[in-house]
Structures are given as structure tokens and as C-alpha cells.
Design a protein. Structure first.
Length: 184
């Protein structure tokens, strides 16, 4: 199935999604990779607020390349999500609803997805230019010293994604290969 979602999202918005579905995501998406996630944890440990509203948010694990003249953003392909695994359960427990990246996630993240009715969506690796086409605006909101890893606020329209982990424990990285092998 294909769904259209607009951020921020609720558990109810995500409840129809199943591993393997496609999503066209619109609205605000924040970018953050491991260096930014580490700083977010430092803020939380110090009792300070995060630099963006986490409730119902989507975080894209990307470090976009510099934009060329006339572009909003450079190539914006996903980075490997596993590097965010130490931080993701905490953010999901605080209300983050969507993680976007590529690659498998650990058991703690999978459990946090189910516990919070969240989802993990995959962006198409190797297609950073395609992903960038969905970006309508970009604003660096903090940690500019991190360069491409600074936290950015993107406004996206019909950002094409695939559900990898759904709110019910479905995992496309397990069910996809199993379905293929069963068809042989």
C-alpha cells in the first residue's frame, strides 16, 4: 500500500503502516547524524530542551552535500542508521515518531519502535539527487560547526520512503527475504 503523511504525525497516523508499504512524506523533517545525536543526548542529560520539537517528529539520517547555485540542497542520500542506535530509543520514548535512513536496526530500537507506535522508513540509498528533489526549503537550526552534520529543518513534499519497521514489529529486512525464498 502507499500512504501520504504530513509531519508532525501521531500514532494514529502511523497505525495503518506495515513493513513494505511506501510513504510519500510531506512537512518538516529534521536532519541529524551521529555527532548531532550525541549533542542531543548531552542536552537531555543536562535537563535542557532539544533544538526542535521532538513530539511527532521525523529525523532523517543524512549529511547533505553543499548545494549548487539555484539548488536548495545538494545530494541528500541516507547514511547508515545503525550509528544512531545508541540514541534512538531515548528519542522515540520522548515522542519522535519517524526515523529515516538505511540499514538494519538493533533489538533495542526495534522494541522502542513497537513500544511507541513509531516507524523506521528507508530512503533509497544511492539516489541522493532523487531525495533532494523532494526538498522545498532548508534552514540550519543548530550546530553549524558540524558542517554537513548540522541539524537542518527541511520542508519536504512527497519524499519517497519505504516502511522497514512498523509499529507492530514487522521488519522488511526479515519478511522481504523470507517472502522471496518462499516464492522459489
Amino acid at each position: 500500500m502507499q500512504y501520504k503523511l504530513t509531519t508532525p504525525v501521531t500514532r494514529e497516523d502511523l497505525s495503518p503502516l506495515r513493513a513494505g508499504d511506501t510513504v510519500l512524506l510531506s512537512g518538516v523533517v529534521y536532519t541529524a547524524r551521529d555527532a548531532a545525536h550525541k549533542r542531543m543526548m548531552e542536552l537531555l542529560d543536562a535537563g535542557q530542551p532539544l533544538p526542535f520539537p521532538v513530539e511527532g517528529s521525523a529525523i532523517y539520517y543524512v549529511g547533505p552535500t553543499p548545494e549548487r547555485p539555484g539548488q536548495i540542497i545538494g545530494s541528500a542520500g541516507p547514511t547508515t542508521s545503525g550509528r544512531m542506535d545508541p540514541y534512538s530509543p531515548r528519542l522515540l520514548d520522548l515522542g519522535q515518531a519517524i526515523m529515516i535512513g538505511k540499514g538494519a536496526r538493533n533489538q533495542a530500537v526495534r522494541e522502542a519502535v513497537v513500544r511507541n507506535g513509531a516507524v523506521y522508513l528507508a530512503a533509497l540509498g544511492g539516489a541522493g539527487a532523487l531525495m533532494a528533489d523532494s526538498v522545498r526549503s532548508l534552514e540550519v537550526i543548530c550546530w553549524e560547526d558540524l558542517g554537513c552534520e548540522a541539524v537542518r529543518k527541511l520542508v519536504v513534499k512527497n519524499f519517497p520512503l519505504t516502511v522497514i519497521l512498523d509499529p507492530y514489529g514487522g521488519n522488511l529486512y526479515e519478511s522481504g527475504p523470507a517472502a522471496y525464498l518462499a516464492s522459489l
